[in-house]
Design a protein around this ligand. Structure first.
Ligand code: MG
Ligand code: FE
Length: 171
């Protein structure tokens, strides 16, 4: 049985994952730049930006192995992950809370992508890539858990600052 169709889909999903990580970098970068009063969150996001760039390199290595140019990476921005755009353009008063929730959603979209990529890599026999996807998955899981566990604290801080009328202190 030939896997030509499966390979085509697999290669497509690799490019999607690469575009997703590019978008993650942009989105996280915008958020980190705007944060002034949420130091722990800012620091965690900055750490994850470093991981995100490493993930891009790892995906580029896999794409190169298949001779797929990552300059031809298709634009999934605003399509698959429109939520990222919502963060980028959001200047709502409660942006910190909505943005943190959006980050959580994005991390979980990443978890879904790598789960699917592991299944696809297994199907097409790309054994070499499976540990890479598993490693990336673990980084996304740790980030997702961090955001989830800090969301109550971030919400609380935002509400406290709101009650203190420190309108400029909300990011
Ligand atoms: Mg990522
Ligand atoms: Fe991530």
């Amino acid at each position: 049985m030939s896997h030509s169709q499966a390979l085509r889909h697999y290669h497509d999903w690799l490019k999607d994952a690469h575009a997703m990580e590019k978008q993650a970098e942009t989105m996280l970068g915008k958020m980190a730049d705007r944060l002034q009063h949420y130091h722990e969150l800012k620091f965690r996001i900055q750490q994850h930006i470093i991981e995100t760039r490493q993930q891009q390199n790892q995906l580029e290595n896999i794409l190169n192995r298949y001779n797929i140019s990552h300059s031809s990476v298709k634009e999934v921005i605003g399509k698959m992950f429109a939520i990222g755009q919502a963060i980028a353009v959001s200047f709502a008063e409660d942006e910190i809370v909505k943005g943190t929730m959006s980050c959580y959603v994005f991390e979980n979209a990443e978890l879904a992508s790598y789960t699917s990529l592991i299944a696809a890599a297994t199907y097409v026999g790309d054994k070499e890539s499976i540990p890479i996807f598993e490693q990336i998955f673990e980084q996304e899981r740790v980030m997702s858990d961090w955001i989830f566990s800090h969301l109550p604290e971030i919400t609380n801080k935002f509400l406290t600052l709101s009650d203190q009328q420190s309108i400029k202190a909300k990011l």
